[in-house]
Design a protein around this ligand. Sequence first.
Ligand code: PRP
Length: 224
Amino acid sequence: MTNSPTSITLALPKGRILAELKPLLQAVGIIPDADLFDETSRRLQFNSNISELKIIRVRSFDVATFVAFGAAQLGIVGSDVLAEFDYHDIYSPLNLGIGRCRLSVAEPIRTVPIASNDDLTLLSHARIATKYPQLTGRYFARRGIQAESIKLSGAVELAICMGLCDRIVDLVSSGKTLQQNGLREVEVIMDVSARLIVNRTAQKIAPGSIRHWCKIFRESTYAS
Ligand code: PRP
């Protein structure tokens, strides 16, 4: 997709943040094609009531990649994804206050008393399934534990049930997924919420347009 200097592409994530975004987009004055919010739709690009604003809908991890490489000038993504990638070409001027959850360590609910070689605080090595190998490695390294991360793209909870690992690092919101898979949250690594993100080059090429969008997202966020 080629953009004129004032044309803006906004990258939005599929899934939980997208559902919460509907009222925010409305408050900002963006009315997207209706099937943006229909996750059964296979469309990837959408128009809006604002002719110079295009929207793409991608996986949450890919929002950061599209914005970092300048294929989209703006994006909305969880702070978990930003922390995992740490892209220098992205800056994140605004916490949108939606998509709140936490990135946590979880382990099986034990029916017998914990053995000392199974206590997370006493381990020197742990095998952990996660979508976040960088954050996981850094968190455990700070605690003096060498983490062997097994990278998965989803259904991380299943990895423990199938004997792939001892623990997982994953997002927890209601806690239902953990509960339904016989797991419990043991440590919170970080609190997560959705952020507006901006490509740094776009900020230099089209400062007026980027400033405009940041301003109305900020006003709508603080007003809600
Ligand atoms: C996320 C996360 C957990 C679940 C937690 O998965 O990875 O699996 O939600 O939510 P809960 O605490 O409210 O149960 P998502 O729905 O994004 O799907 P995925 O596992 O395929 O990534």
